[in-house]
Design a protein around this ligand. Structure first.
Ligand SMILES: Cc1ncc(COP(=O)(O)O)c(C=O)c1O
Length: 387
């Protein structure tokens, strides 16, 4: 374990595996495994050795889980095949028929789909709450509320939640708090320092960083760990070794990449605020964002996605904007080295509906040069104006 007083890039470079555990090679071996052999019948019966079967962990998965534990301050971490699985597995672990769950209304849409379909089918009651609810969440907590699900900032509109107030209220009611922390990563927000029990990451995004891997991680506090591990073992949704290795590889450079994303994104977001044709920019690190105060209080930085509203636009203007882009690709996901744009769907919101004054477009700012990206966006804005 790297000493906690070291700088974040030092820790990212050295966390996880100890090179001297494997002949001094700086990276861990990529172990492809189902079977693990036992030396004799007694050891096999007692399962008394570090590794027993591929689904339960290997030196490769251990390298990444211990790196994540070190960064998050968590007791244990599981790795699953996608960020979406990192959402669904802990919800299945902590909810049973007859329980109630509170889910933030600005949640990643597939999380909502899972809740509205599978959780409902399993007899779990659910309530969506406004992302700005803060401590008033107390009023929505029921005797059977077992989980409060948070995502901060929220998808597409980037509302920062008052996590300390929410964890305080949830703890008083005996509910577990889960947080999808993909946007900030452990570098810019450490949920467990604010009382969160379960931290979720789509490692597909910044940890991987290259738009070529799908992976999820779920980290638990000491008290939440046994339940999470039980469900993980029961479900068998383990991650593939090559993907795990790629994410550990990505983690080494995540600090440097994120700093570049942070700077370029802020510069572009601020510039967009001054551009005709842009009604508003939704980025929590901008003073104009309604939850900027919470971001400033709790977060150590900002990452590379935010949204902009094309003033008074409809589908024709949005299409013209998107079709005029040459560097920004039209595609889902984020956290990779390349810039992306996507029109946002907000029709699923139930308690935080708002008219944003035009089509909301989400931008992921990659590692390209800022001036090139601005020129691309200018061309898009000109096309939208003429549509
Ligand atoms: C906030 C958030 N959580 C989870 C996910 C799911 O990650 P994955 O694409 O790896 O399933 C995404 C994907 O876009 C996301 O934006």
């Amino acid at each position: 374990m790297t000493k906690p007083n070291k700088g974040i890039n030092t820790r990212l470079a050295h966390c996880g595996n100890n090179p001297h555990d494997f002949f001094g090679f700086v990276s861990p071996p990529v172990v492809h495994a189902s079977t693990v052999l036992f030396p004799d019948a007694q050891t096999m019966r007692a399962r008394k050795q570090k590794y027993v079967y591929g689904t339960h962990g290997t030196p490769t998965t251990d390298a990444l889980t211990s790196a994540i534990d070190e960064l998050e301050g968590s007791h244990g971490t599981i790795l699953v095949p996608s960020g979406l699985a990192a959402v669904t597995v802990p919800l299945l672990a902590f909810l049973s028929s007859g329980d109630h769950v509170l889910i933030v209304d600005s949640v990643y849409h597939p999380t909502r789909r899972f809740a509205d379909t599978m959780l409902k089918r399993l007899g779990i009651e659910l309530t969506y709450y406004d992302p700005t609810i803060g401590g008033a969440i107390t009023e929505l907590l029921q005797p059977n509320t077992k989980v409060v699900f948070t995502e901060s900032p929220g998808s597409n509109t980037f509302e920062v939640q008052d996590i300390p107030a929410i964890t305080k209220a949830a703890k008083a009611a005996g509910a577990v708090v889960m947080m999808d922390n993909t946007w900030a990563t452990a570098l810019y927000f450490r949920p467990m320092d604010h009382g969160v029990d379960i931290v979720i990451h789509a490692a597909t995004k910044y940890p991987s960083g290259h738009s070529d891997v799908l992976l999820g991680s779920v980290s638990a506090s000491q008290s939440a760990w046994p339940k999470l591990l039980d469900a993980y073992t029961a479900l068998g949704v383990c991650a593939a070794p090559d993907d795990v290795y790629q994410v550990l590889r990505g983690l080494r450079t995540m600090g440097v990449r994120l700093e570049h994303h942070r700077k370029s994104t802020l510069e572009i977001a601020r510039w967009l605020e001054t551009q005709p044709g842009v009604a508003q920019v939704l980025h929590p690190a901008l003073e104009s964002h309604p939850t900027h105060g919470l971001w400033k209080r709790d977060f150590g930085g900002s990452s590379g996605i935010f949204s902009m509203v094309l003033d008074g636009s409809g589908e024709a203007q949005a299409d013209a904007f998107l079709n005029a882009l040459e560097i920004f690709g039209l595609g889902y996901s984020w956290g990779g080295y390349e810039s992306l744009a996507v029109p946002v769907f907000l029709g699923d919101r139930t308690v935080s509906k708002r008219d944003y004054g035009g089509v909301v477009i989400r931008l992921q700012i990659g590692l390209e040069d800022v001036e090139d990206l601005k020129a691309d966006l200018s061309a898009g804005l000109a096309a939208a104006k003429n549509a």
